[in-house]
Design a protein around this ligand. Structure first.
Ligand code: AP5
Length: 220
């Protein structure tokens, strides 16, 4: 299965992608995580992309397209993947179509998680992420058992640099201008599955699994 997760910042793409990856046994490819890793390692690529990420702007298409191309060539992608945070522009969507058609592959579904802006501000300002294993928490909705520590690996919980209120506002603006047009693009390609993201994490997950299995049946 090849799935794209689409939705505004903080809609729960990362949270759901981790659950789906476990359920279907396919890798979760999170462009934001790949880029943050480069920033943390202070690589030349990391230094270049940090200029954009710290302001909530999109990293230029040619950089992320190249990063994705390399990642899709890794062996774990053979049986499918979940793309989280790619594509984010029409240009990226078309580049992905080209990459896959060269391999004679196609996307099976695009899951669009809808969440209103007010809810996003609340979620992102209270998000905490484990520095070691990447597990995502929210101090209100799914807090860790122990303050500042990951339940799973005991790692330190950190606040993402781009989760400051002024950067969140810009990320939302950028999303509305550059990424939201992809909803129409994938609707026209009959790939879009709409999910109401204002629900518990478990019930959003159930909605996704049910709609994916329906789509699979229709496609057979
Ligand atoms: P990226 O890391 O992809 O950030 P994003 O798309 O803004 O999404 P987030 O990771 O902030 O949110 P999410 O939807 O994954 O939500 P989460 O599950 O964490 O990208 C960061 C930056 O990298 C971009 O700004 C850009 O600069 C660059 N970049 C990345 N890809 C790029 C590309 N293709 N092109 C160019 N540049 C690119 O959940 C959020 C919070 O809500 C958590 O606290 C969670 O616990 C909570 N939560 C989740 N679900 C629920 C629920 N159902 N109910 C209550 N709380 C919930």
């Amino acid at each position: 299965m090849r799935i794209i997760l689409l939705g505004p910042p903080g809609s729960g793409k990362g949270t759901q992608a981790k659950l789906l990856s476990k359920r279907y046994g396919i890798p979760h490819i999170a462009m934001g995580d790949i880029l943050r890793e480069e920033v943390a390692r202070k690589t030349p690529l990391g230094e270049k992309v940090n200029v954009y990420m710290s302001k909530g702007e999109l990293v230029p298409d040619e950089i992320v397209i190249e990063v994705l191309k390399k990642r899709l060539q890794e062996a774990d992608c053979t049986n499918g993947f979940i793309l989280d945070g790619f594509p984010r522009t029409l240009n990226q969507a078309k580049a992905l179509d080209n990459m896959l058609s060269e391999l004679n592959l196609k996307i099976d579904a695009v899951i669009y998680i809808e969440v209103p802006d007010e809810e996003i501000m609340k979620r992102l300002s209270l998000r905490r992420t484990c520095k070691v294993c990447g597990r995502i928490y929210n101090l209100h909705y799914n807090p860790p058992k122990q303050d500042g520590k990951c339940d799973v690996c005991g790692g330190e919980l950190i606040i993402r640099d781009d989760d400051k209120p002024e950067v969140i506002k810009n990320r939302l603006k950028v999303y509305n201008e550059q990424t939201k047009p992809l909803v129409d693009y994938y609707e026209n390609h009959r790939l879009l599955i709409r999910i109401n993201g204002v629900n518990t994490i478990d019930s959003v997950f159930q909605q996704i699994v049910e709609k994916l299995s329906l789509k699979k049946k229709v496609n057979q």
